[in-house]
Design a protein around this ligand. Structure first.
Ligand SMILES: [Zn+2]
Length: 469
């Protein structure tokens, strides 16, 4: 049997036009492998359908633009060229005429213009860019090229660099859409805040870093990744968790604070809401979280504190040149420091770190390992001194089942960064490339990419359509 596909175009005035699109045949006998359309057939169908639909749309569009908007006179044709248009269903060639400008528009004229080229300056439809960005945010550019070429009627050899170029443009547009950076995002005064409705549950924001390999053998650079979790929304107060991730490259980003502020706003943050920031206390991260909310509370991540203490313990155990009694004293001192920190007693903790410094300084043999330990203890003192203001009573918070560690961000770091940026040893990144990919990747993971495109192109995939699906 044979199948023939026809397209019927119905104009606004009811006029209909029938076009033959394509044909395909099947053996009478049904076999598993001949059941339904095959992928290659579907590609042919979609591409011919796309070509026909676009031709009709273009024809109508150009008819309307062939008369002068000001005086209604018909414009004369200056020539035409072939416009290559990339769509989700193939790279099509569209006939694009050039018109002379109307004499009434002088002195702007008489240079000719091409309405279609003006309408489609990118020569790529938004949906094509969307699909490329969606997949390239999840898997490598090369894999995206293979995947899309496999299922869509696209160019035979899809270029991964073109997909990268499109994705970076999307990332850049996302960044431009963010407002200006500000030192502080706290606005209004406590009297205004008191007038606000009762806020949703507390927001907990965890921030951590990860390293990705730099291009041209330039070592590694840091990317900052975080997760923001909203405990519940009123009035339901039931488990309606909202969780969103974010990421950026510190050395490239010019508005990290704005970025985080806007993210928290999408989760409904208001000035009278409790916001808890947890981080490892690095200078860059500390500045990021300041002045974002009047009700902000900053906590040094307990996980990073204990990791540093474990490091000191290992160093103490590694020093051979001391008596057993001395070693036990050092280890006990470290335990005491941990105890004071757990209860948020920064004053006592610093005092005991100083005792530890003195004990290490007094060791008779100053071997390289002892010097290393000395350095470690000095650094820990500075760390606690710098972050003293962010050390809460962990013990008490823990008893109240509050978050004291950024361990809930660990899986996010793994998901946002590791799975896409460090999967293969060979993967190398420029700070710009990594930063912009982080923007599209977090948008995809937060399920915001489609909405973002809809903000840019209001008629992009109308929401009612996806709801009905
Ligand atoms: Zn005119």
């Amino acid at each position: 049997m044979r199948f023939r596909l026809q397209l019927i175009t119905i104009q606004e005035n009811g006029q209909e036009q029938v076009q033959e699109l394509t044909e395909w045949a099947r053996l009478e006998e049904l076999r598993p492998e001949t059941t339904g359309l095959t992928l290659p057939e579907s590609k042919q169908v979609l591409q011919s359908l796309q070509q026909a639909v676009i031709e009709q749309q273009v024809k109508t569009y150009l008819t309307e633009r062939q008369t002068c908007a000001a005086c209604g006179q018909r414009l004369s044709l200056k020539g035409h060229h072939e416009l290559k248009l990339r769509t989700v269903f193939g790279k099509l060639t569209v006939h694009s005429p050039r018109f002379r400008r109307c004499p009434c528009q002088l002195p702007v004229g008489p240079q000719p213009f091409s309405p279609l080229a003006q309408l489609l300056p990118e020569r790529t439809t938004p949906e094509r860019v969307y699909v490329e960005t969606l997949f390239a945010s999840l898997v490598s550019y090369g894999a995206t090229a293979k995947l899309l070429a496999e299922v869509l009627p696209l160019e035979e050899q899809l270029n991964p660099m073109m997909i990268r170029h499109h994705l970076l443009q999307v990332g850049e547009r996302c960044d431009q859409a963010l407002g200006e950076e500000q030192a502080s995002f706290v606005e209004g005064c406590p009297r205004d805040w008191a007038q606000l409705p009762i806020p949703d549950g507390p927001l907990t924001v965890g921030i951590d870093g990860a390293f990705v390999r730099a291009q041209h053998g330039a070592g590694w650079f840091e990317v900052i990744v975080g997760k923001s979790v909203l405990a519940f929304r009123r009035p339901s107060e039931e488990e309606e968790e909202s969780s969103k991730c974010f990421g950026f490259v510190q050395t490239y980003d010019t508005k990290p604070k704005r970025r985080l502020f806007e993210l928290l706003k999408t989760q409904g943050m208001q000035p009278n809401q409790q916001v808890i920031f947890l981080s490892d206390g690095g200078d860059d991260v500390r500045n990021l979280q300041l002045f974002l909310s009047p009700e902000a509370e900053h906590r040094l991540d307990w996980f990073h504190v204990t990791m540093r203490l474990t490091g000191l313990r290992q160093q103490a155990l590694g020093v051979k040149a001391m008596e057993e009694k001395q070693r036990q004293d050092l280890l006990e001192q470290i335990e005491r420091i941990k105890h004071y920190l757990w209860h948020g007693n920064v004053f006592q903790a610093l005092k005991h770190i100083e005792f530890l410094q003195r004990d290490v300084d007094c060791l008779e043999e100053q071997t390289p390992k002892v010097k290393k330990l000395q350095q470690g203890v000095d650094e820990f003192w500075t760390y606690i001194q710098n972050n003293g203001g962010y050390i809460p009573n962990y013990g008490e918070l823990y008893r109240c089942e509050e978050t004291i560690s950024t361990s809930f961000v660990e899986s996010t770091v793994n998901y946002v960064v590791s799975k896409r940026f460090v999967k293969k040893q060979a993967m190398q990144w420029s700070p710009r490339g990594a930063h912009l990919l982080l923007q599209t990747r977090t948008k995809v993971l937060n399920r915001e990419l489609e909405d973002t495109f809809r903000q840019w192109y209001p008629a992009f995939r109308p929401e009612t359509l996806s709801d009905a699906a």
